[in-house]
Ligand binder design. Structure first.
Ligand code: AMP
Length: 370
């Protein structure tokens, strides 16, 4: 069976690397062969919205998936050819627009931030009056890794926020004074079977994920997260991996956003779980049985952002797994990650903090202040 992947970033690459041992084949669609996916599998080179190339992919593949949630839904609708699309486009459409995402959470009784759509300077005044300060103004579409966001703390910030973002449709929401950030990764098979990975405890800095530790074994929060994920999976008749990111405030989860795909906070599952999120995603969309999501010990994943440290010393570090995505360095760009797995949470934290202190000192200092 051949699986088409629209977008050949690191997520697509890790899907393919997980699927080859199952006897699956892959075909990417993205700019060129130098993309992370293009380095490990055949690629149709061109725009990801190119109808001709999408049609070719749909002819050659049984199922088409994506590794990026901002692919225009219209491009994927009514593809000529035989391919199914998974996850469903309705879930993709909901996740692409922060307003429809919030409405979906509300519809399904999933607690989320207070929010208002903002389409004009006057609407921003109204939103801030009703929701209050501090808050975050976000572009409804195409935001990622903290891009397209402006934190408003005082009335004088409104003009600057509007000047920065006012050209796009926006959403204003309250700034949540969270204690922690967690995410849940869930997977649903073609037969409707659902499995959950243990909760991830995430640390962001400047809007970018820096560190994930898992399992985060809080039973009450795990129940809330799984209830939310189950509702979304069933609502969309979903097939594949779905991620929800939450704030934890006063012991309760507040949904921030969902991703209809494998997720950076689940990279630890490659070495830290019986079956990785990437393998379970391709199993689900290929109609194969899901694998166990059990954690094997206690894992930490550290993102390598902007530039890769010299790998020589890190490859010699016992228990450390190195992932280089094969991308050109650029400030703020995710170039790779490291995972380590230890028998206990305390050992894992000791090891992770030692590594973090060397490769991402700013995050290490931020965590130590908490
Ligand atoms: P997002 O792109 O919406 O996932 O935001 C990236 C990061 O910015 C989040 O993981 C949080 O650390 C922070 N952030 C975004 N929205 C809020 C909010 N409403 N309240 C507090 N922190 C936020």
């Amino acid at each position: 069976m051949t699986i088409g992947i629209v977008g050949a970033g690191q997520l697509g690459r890790m899907m393919a690397l997980a699927g080859y041992p199952l006897g699956l084949e892959f075909l990417f669609l993205d700019r060129d062969a130098r993309t992370p996916g293009g380095q490990v599998g055949p690629i149709l080179a061109g725009e990801i919205t190119d109808r001709g190339l999408l049609g070719q992919m749909s002819q050659r593949c049984e199922v088409v998936t994506f590794d990026w949630e901002n692919i225009p839904v219209e491009a994927l609708e009514e593809l000529p050819g035989k391919a199914r699309i998974a996850p469903p486009l309705r879930a993709l459409a909901a996740a692409q627009d922060r307003l429809s995402e919030k409405r979906t959470f509300e519809l399904l009784g999933i607690p989320t931030t207070r929010y208002a759509a903002v389409d004009s300077r006057a609407a921003l005044d109204t939103a801030v009056r009703s929701i209050g300060l501090p808050g975050v103004l976000k572009t409804r579409r195409l935001g990622y890794d903290g891009k397209g966001q402006f934190v408003l703390r005082k009335p004088a910030d409104l003009d600057a926020a509007w000047a920065a973002l006012g050209k796009s449709p926006l959403l204003y929401e309250n700034l949540v004074p969270f204690d922690r950030e967690v995410s849940v990764i869930a997977v649903r098979g073609r037969d409707g079977r659902i499995a959950f990975y243990p909760l991830n405890l995430n640390v962001h800095r400047e809007g970018i994920l820096r560190l994930t530790r898992a399992p985060f074994g809080n039973a009450a929060l795990t129940r809330q997260a799984q209830r939310a994920a189950r509702r979304l999976l069933e609502h969309f008749d979903y097939v594949g991996v779905l991620t929800i990111e939450f704030f934890v405030a006063r012991g309760r989860l507040i949904a921030n956003e969902m991703a209809p795909r494998v997720h950076n906070s689940g990279h630890w599952t490659i070495e830290g779980a019986d079956t990785s999120q990437f393998e379970n995603h391709v199993r689900a969309i290929a109609g194969l049985p899901l694998g166990s999501t059990r954690a094997r010990g206690h894992a930490a994943m550290i993102n390598l952002i902007g530039e890769l440290p010299a790998r020589h010393a890190w490859l010699a570090e016992p228990g450390l797994h190195w992932h280089d995505y094969g991308k050109e360095p650029r400030p703020g760009r995710k170039l790779g990650h490291m995972t380590l797995v230890q028998p206990s949470a305390a050992q894992r934290d000791r090891h992770a903090f030692k590594v973090l202190n060397k490769v991402d000192r700013a995050t290490w200092l931020a965590i130590r202040r908490v």
